[in-house]
Structure formats: C-alpha cells, structure tokens
Design a protein around this ligand. Structure first.
Ligand code: GLA
Length: 492
C-alpha cells in the first residue's frame, strides 16, 4: 500500500520510448523519439530529433512538467536541444523549447524500444574508382522544386512545370532535368521497398509523363536514415533504392548528406557516397549523380571518383543578392576541378524568385554560366515575367555555360568591387564578364593585354544587348550598373 501511494505521488513511471509525431499532411509525419528512463524526478536517456540523437544531459522539474536538455557532439562541436515533457494524467506530450519559450506540445504515445532506433552503422567500404557513367558532358540543365516550393512540391506542380518547360522554349534551350527535391518520400514496406507519399500517387506514371514531354525526371534522397526534412532516405538501402529509382524511370539523383551525420563522420563521406555511386552504376539505368554535402571535405577532389557528375560547393543559396554574391564570387579556386562529366555546383538558380532585381538576376545567370555551373532553374516557370523568361532563355549566355571545352571561368582582374572574369571557349573565343559588385554604377576598363591576349580581339559581342561592341585598341571601357554585369564573347 505504501509503495503504491508513493508511486502515485510521483505520477506514473515515464520510463519507455515515446513517439511524438506531427502529421506532414502527405501521409507521413515528422517524428521525435524520447527514449527515457525515470528515477524519481530525474529523467535520463536519448532524444532523436531532426538529424541528431541527443543524450539527455539535464532534467529539471517534475512530476508534471520536466525540462529536458539533450546534447550531441557533431564533428567536435556541441549542440543542444531542449524540450518540455508535459505529463497530465495518462497523457504525455513534448514541446520544443526555442529561445526559452516552449512551442506547441505534441502528444506522444509509447512505442516498442526498437522504434526510431538508428540502423546499425555500416563500416564504409574501401575506396575505389566508380566508372564514369558518360553523362553530363556539359553542365546539367533543368529545374528543381526546392527554391520555390520547398515542402509544397506535388505531382500536380511537377506536371505543370514539365508542361511549361516543354512549351515555353526552356526544353529546347537545354533545360531537361525536372527534379523533385525533398518531401516526396513515403514509407518503406515490409520488404524495405521505398514508396512515394500521398503527394506523388504514382512515381512511374509521373516519370512516363515527363518523358513523353521530352524531359527527364530527377529525384532526391540521401545516405542517412532520413533527409533534411526528416523523410525516409536511402542509408542502408542504397542498392534497393537505386533499383526502385531505375524502375520508376528516374534520370537524376540529388543525394543529400543531412541525416548521414547521425552515423558517419565527415572523413567518411567519400566512402559513403561511393556506396550509392556503385548502386547507381549497377541499377541498369543511366542516372546523373548529384552530390549535395555543401562542399565539405574538399569534395571536388573526390567527387568524380565516387561517380559524381556534380557536387555542391557551398551551403544553401537564398534569394538575396548577398547570398548569391558571396557564393558566386567565391568559386575562383575551384576552376581546375570542373570538366566534362563532373562539375562544381554553387547551388540552384534563384532567378525569378523575387528577392533580387532583374539586373541582379542577370548577374547571377551570367556568373553561373561563366562558372560552368549546372543551370537548374528554381522559380515557378509556369508564370514568369518577360524579363525573367528572357534571362533564362538567353541562348548566347547558355552557350557559354554549355561550352564543350568545359573550362570554368577564373578571375582575371579585381579592383575594389569591380571584377573581370574570363573563360576560354571551344572555338577559340573567350567569354569576358565585367562585374560590378558595388552599390554605385562604375566604369570598368578591360586591358586586353592584362587578360593574357597579346593583341586586341577582332570583335566582341555583348550577350545581353545582343549586339556587336565597338572595339578600339588596347582597351575597352563600359559603364556597369550597380550589381550588374557586361558579358562579352570575344573573338581573337
Ligand atoms: C538541403 C539542400 C537543399 C535542399 C534541402 C531539402 O538543405 O542543400 O538544396 O535539398 O536540403 O531538405
């Protein structure tokens, strides 16, 4: 009797594995697991949230409201997460705490101990060279759902985008890879086969639809147990997923590290990416392999070895001049690593998403083309202003990006916020870009000799004005608007 009364005074024993799930609206849910042990008013155990498993290092309060703080070491850096555990009668819920304020409580229920456990850590394989798949001889061009639609992407949107791209001139200009980014994923079935969620009722039918339009379909996954948005990823199921993708008719895979950090260190990235590189090579279908690990571990040095056709060189771009400018102008040292079949990827285009001026978008598009970057549109191509359409469809600029020589531009000159970048082209021409990163208009002078040309070019074409430029002697001067560009194709 005494024992029972004491237990009652402390509430029910909370020891167990609690799952707090928030529906995503597509048949899947965002899950948090609290695997806890209660001793008196002290709670210990682990919290799996996002891409981390935190160890509960501190519990305060009780018996009706505990504040649990978890910590995790990520590449030597400690990160923390705090949740309130709210106990009311028989119900338990958890509320994330940010900046000292608790969010909306998420009801939880007990699940078996194995639920939410990480898959066993597989020792990454020995390194070898994955054979070149022969794809992406020029930088991939297409469209990706993330920048504009984030988690709202759906079958209907992808079909609408495919319709638009097939009919508005984009396909014929080279934009062929239509890629569905994160949040298409459903659950695995009893055989481990991955299915799409309710937003994508039939992936094979969607691929057929896209193919009938003369386009290709791309998809997104990652080497961890989950993606950045917490959806099912391919870790431990690489061969099976590569076969599923191939059976659906997928032509391009963006493979995002995110959740893999729960199992692997940065130094293991090459070996972990190689697993999917091998799986794609064995899938029976030619699939472009796009590595997305934000340019860590000097990926440009090993990307081609794991079968990568492109690799992100930076963190995520956002639709602001500062973000584009910082990413785009920091790519100079990577020029030697780009070439046919394997490209540096400074992230997808923001052209047309509304956060920059048309002048800034012209600079963005010019810079990416100079960099031989993948041209992956990230806007709603179903509705574009004429100015945005003109940028994305500028064939002369696209020809710079897609030049067969595949040599990425390098910075040739810089003075304050004005820069000149050059790129040699297959027919012997040179692309010359005069960039003004400053807040005011500026006059920029090209001294041809400083670009390594022993005599002035015979002619030059302005690729935005679509006209020949008047040349006179050893230099050429142009007024360049703030955040603007003058892009020339120069003939020797
Ligand atoms: C990461 C990638 C983005 C996008 C999101 C999706 O942040 O870098 O490009 O794919 O994940 O969750």
């Amino acid at each position: 009797m005494l024992g029972f009364a004491m237990a009652a005074a402390h509430g029910a024993d909370l020891t167990g594995n609690w799952l707090a799930a928030t529906p995503n609206g597509d048949g899947t849910s965002r899950k948090l697991w609290f695997h806890v042990k209660q001793e008196g008013d002290r709670i210990t155990g682990t919290i799996r949230a996002g891409q981390s498993v935190y160890t509960i290092s501190n519990s305060e309060g009780g018996p009706e409201r505990y504040t649990l703080t978890g910590t995790v070491l990520d590449e030597g850096r400690e990160r923390r997460a705090t949740f309130e555990m709210i106990v009311s009668g028989d119900t338990v819920s958890f509320a994330p705490v940010r900046n000292g304020a608790a969010g909306v409580p998420i009801p939880a229920h007990r699940v078996p101990d194995s639920d939410g456990a990480l898959p066993p850590r597989v020792t990454p394989p020995a390194l070898h060279q994955v054979p070149d798949n022969g794809l992406a001889r020029t930088p991939p061009m297409g469209w990706n759902s993330w920048n504009k639609f984030h988690t709202r992407v759906s079958d209907e949107i992808v079909r609408g985008v495919a319709d638009a791209i097939a009919s508005n001139g984009m396909r014929d200009a080279g934009y062929v890879y239509i890629t569905i980014d994160d949040t298409w994923e459903g659950e695995r079935d009893a055989n481990g086969v991955l299915h799409s969620n309710n937003k994508f009722p039939d992936m094979k039918a969607l691929a057929d639809y896209v193919h009938r339009k003369g386009l290709k379909l791309g998809i997104y996954s990652g080497p961890g147990p989950t993606t950045c948005e917490g959806y099912e990823a391919s870790g431990g199921h690489e061969e099976q997923d590569a076969k599923t993708f191939a059976a659906w008719g997928i032509d391009y895979l963006k493979y995002d590290w995110c959740g893999a950090r729960m199992l692997h260190r940065e130094a293991e990235e090459q070996a972990v990416y190689q697993i999917m590189g091998d799986a794609l090579a064995a899938s029976g279908r030619k699939i472009v392999f796009s590595l997305c690990q934000y340019g860590r571990d000097e990926v440009w040095k090993w990307g081609p070895k794991v079968g990568g056709n492109l690799w992100r060189t930076t963190g995520d771009i956002s639709d602001r001049w500062e973000s584009m400018d910082r990413i785009g102008f920091s790519q100079n040292d990577l020029a030697p690593y780009a070439g046919p079949g394997h490209w540096n990827d400074p992230d997808m285009l923001e052209v047309g998403n509304g956060g920059m001026t048309d002048t800034e978008y012209r600079t963005h598009f010019s810079l990416w083309s100079m960099l031989a970057a993948p041209l992956i549109a990230g806007n709603d191509v179903r509705e574009m202003t004429p100015a945005i359409r003109e940028i994305l469809l500028n064939r002369d600029v696209i020809a710079i990006d897609q030049d067969k020589l595949g040599k990425q531009a390098a910075r040739a000159w810089k003075s304050g916020e004005q820069e000149i970048w050059t790129r040699p082209l297959a027919n012997g021409d040179t692309a010359v870009a005069l960039f003004n990163r400053g807040k005011d208009a500026a006059s920029i002078t090209v001294h041809w000799s400083e670009l390594g040309m022993n005599k002035p070019p015979s002619r030059a074409r302005d690729l935005w004005l679509h006209q020949e430029v008047k040349l006179a002697g050893a230099r050429y001067t142009s007024e360049v608007p703030s955040h603007g560009v003058v892009l020339l194709r120069v003939r020797h």
